[in-house]
Design a protein around this ligand. Structure first.
Ligand code: HEC
Ligand code: HEC
Length: 235
């Protein structure tokens, strides 16, 4: 009996220990967020709409990124990972690793707690790739990329194209990502293309949804092409 009680005490002590550590992480993350991020991303993570920026901040409540990926974007800045502009800078010169991990934890917990289930559900509901589909995916993906995506992302995927240049001299400038540096996984690229940028938290919807034009297998093919043939950066 004594041993059982002893074990129980130990178990509850270690549970207390881990939740205490999480509380501490949350506290540090909240402090960083309120000191710095809130001015652009807003009190509720849904962005501050009054920010006069060329690229408006993202709604962190809608991000497709995992907590680990957020840490990378926060550390190195969005430009490092393919964003055209450098409005979301590298915070690793301002905050240490512990603070950056804490703010990513705070964002995930506070604004985007059901992100993993939301993303998983969309993947589960999507059309499954068959053995037969597999044979042609890269070819199909390349065709779609060259026909559609290259208009904005450029033929090599680096985010430069004539269309983008022209957009700068008009009022409807667009800034596609340099896909050679994206940190998104193949599955995330598929979901991003399927639903478009606005669905995942961008202010404008410059990156359109492709689900009306292409079925899931086609979009999975283009995601495979991007991941295997366009992305250059090794994480
Ligand atoms: C000056 C405004 C500004 C500040 C301050 C700022 N951000 Fe951002 N953030 C942005 C913009 C703009 C983007 C979108 C980048 C792009 O696509 O060019 C962004 C993107 C992000 C993303 C990526 C979201 C996604 O779905 O891709 C994360 C995560 C993020 N910010 C977290 C933070 C954190 C944490 C802080 C505070 C340490 C912070 N930001 C401070 C403007 C800002
Ligand atoms: C009309 C211009 C346009 C076209 C066409 C376009 N995109 Fe985009 N794309 C953008 C812009 C602008 C962004 C920047 C973020 C945003 O606005 O969503 C972007 C962002 C992305 C991202 C997010 C990258 C990241 O690291 O966050 C992916 C993935 C992507 N595009 C894939 C594609 C694919 C695949 C196609 C073709 C099926 C495509 N895009 C066609 C404009 C375009």
């Amino acid at each position: 009996m004594k041993r059982v009680i002893g074990t129980l005490v130990l178990v509850s002590l270690s549970l207390y220990g881990s939740s205490h550590k999480e509380d501490e992480r949350y506290r540090i993350g909240k402090a960083v967020y309120e000191e710095t991020c809130i001015s652009c991303h807003g009190v509720d993570g849904n962005t501050n709409p009054n920010m006069q920026l060329v690229v408006k901040p993202r709604k962190l409540s809608k991000t497709i990124l995992t907590q680990e990926q957020s840490v990378k974007i926060i550390s190195e800045g969005a430009h490092y990972w393919g964003a055209h502009a450098d409005i979301m800078p590298a915070w690793k010169y301002v905050y240490d690793k512990e603070q950056i991990e804490a703010v990513a934890y705070f964002i995930a917990k506070e604004f985007n707690a059901n992100r993993d289930e939301r993303v998983q559900k969309l993947l589960d509901e999507s059309q499954k790739v068959t053995q037969n589909d597999k044979k042609n995916m890269l070819k199909v993906g390349e065709k779609i990329f060259k026909r559609n995506c290259s208009l904005c992302h450029g033929i090599t995927g680096n985010g430069k194209s004539e269309y983008v240049e022209k957009s700068k001299s008009s009022n409807i400038f667009i800034y596609p990502y340099n896909l050679t540096r994206t940190l998104l996984t193949q599955e995330q690229i598929f979901l991003y293309a399927k639903f478009g940028g606005h669905y995942w938290g961008t202010y404008k919807d410059d990156m359109p949804t492709w689900k009306k034009k292409y079925n899931d297998i086609k979009l999975k093919s283009v995601a495979k092409y991007v991941k295997e043939k366009i992305v250059q950066i090794k994480e």
